[in-house]
Write a protein that binds this ligand. Structure first.
Ligand code: ADP
Ligand code: MG
Length: 327
């Protein structure tokens, strides 16, 4: 069991940003409206995520750290219509296998909750404690018992770079959630959670960049598209400005990137990429997220149709801008 968790940890917990990803996804799944993230030393000494979501019942808190203890799906059929971000039930046990974890959680506003301490997969403390509604998980000394993994960590700057990038994307994917991100005491991000995606965009990329974005909107039987894209004169030299969100999940997709670039065809010099936030809504059955443990890669069942619709919709968003009649 412990060995299985350490093996799974190798897949799920590659570096500190994977811990942040898993904890923040859990906070999102719990319906939180505020998520506060505190990082020390690039996440190697501390990753702490505090949310105001549904919390974990005192009776379930130990179980949550066992393998495949997901509360989110209950049958194989559910795998084909996943709506939550988590579903594999291997994040918490994997993290707990390679760090010192403290979890304080309360499912109700009674002021009482449970505090669990797990080190290297072994439960040290499980006691009643005072706690506000929600969950507060601290992951300390990541990889303290897997020195080989620790050796692969890059500089603190690199690790916090990955973390900040990830949190930015999740904030863009969830403009209705107020996020804060702090590193070694300094604030790296604060979003208001008003639901306004352009406002969230501005919090990340600045108000000037936000002002030059064009709205994207499209709807057909299978897909719902919305978002913002930069004008052809406001592009970047790399793909980092592309944020794709499918059913609330931040994903990467070569196919969608290509569809977007195709819409820019003839407008854009070679090697220039747009800034774009594109949210794609679809029935969960049209999507397979169970491709890789990190859940970043997905498969679309009607890929060609989706690709064409994105190209058309993005072209229309850019076209509107090009055809504005002069005064
Ligand atoms: P998964 O997200 O795949 O279900 P995890 O290992 O990430 O598996 O979490 C295990 C379970 O712990 C979740 O299914 C959920 O019931 C509970 N849980 C974890 N984090 C939170 C949280 N922040 N708020 C409420 N419940 C949580
Ligand atoms: Mg999870």
């Amino acid at each position: 069991e412990q060995l299985a968790n350490q093996i799974a940890a190798g897949e799920v917990v590659e570096r500190p940003s994977s811990v942040v990803k898993e904890l923040v996804e859990n906070a999102i799944d719990a319906g939180s409206s505020t998520i506060d993230i505190v990082i020390e030393e690039g996440g190697l000494t501390l990753v702490r995520v505090t949310d105001n979501g549904s919390g974990i019942d005192g009776d379930d808190i130990e179980t949550a750290f066992f393998r495949h203890a997901t509360s989110k799906i209950s049958s194989g059929k559910d795998l084909f219509r996943i709506a939550s971000l988590g579903f594999r039930g291997e994040a918490l046990p994997s993290i707990a296998a390679v760090a010192r974890v403290e979890c304080i959680s309360s499912p109700e506003a009674t002021g009482l909750g449970r505090r669990l301490v797990i080190e290297g997969g072994s439960i040290r403390v499980n006691e009643e404690t005072s706690a506000p509604q929600g969950t507060d998980i601290s992951v300390r000394e990541l990889f303290y018992n897997t020195p080989a993994r620790l050796k692969y960590m890059k500089t603190i700057q690199t690790e916090i770079g990955h973390i900040a990038d990830y949190v930015n994307r999740l904030a863009l994917a969830h403009p209705g959630i107020a996020f804060t991100l702090k590193h070694n005491g300094g604030q790296l991000l604060r979003t208001l959670g008003t639901g306004d995606r352009l406002q969230t965009f501005a919090a990340i990329y600045g108000t000037t960049a936000a002002k030059s974005m064009l709205p994207i909107e499209g709807e057909q039987a299978d897909y719902d598209l919305r978002g913002y894209i930069s004008k052809p004169e406001q592009t970047r030299a790399n793909r980092n400005g592309i944020t794709l969100v499918v059913n609330g999940r931040y994903i990467r997709s070569f196919v969608i990137n290509q569809a977007i670039m195709q819409a820019y065809h003839t407008l854009l010099p070679i090697n220039r990429y747009p800034m774009i936030v594109l949210e794609i809504g679809m029935h969960p059955s049209l999507l397979d997220v169970n491709v890789h443990p990190s859940k970043m890669e997905v498969r679309f069942s009607k890929e060609a149709e989706l690709r064409q619709f994105i190209e058309e919709t993005v072209s229309a968003a850019l076209g509107k801008q090009r055809h504005i009649p002069g005064p």
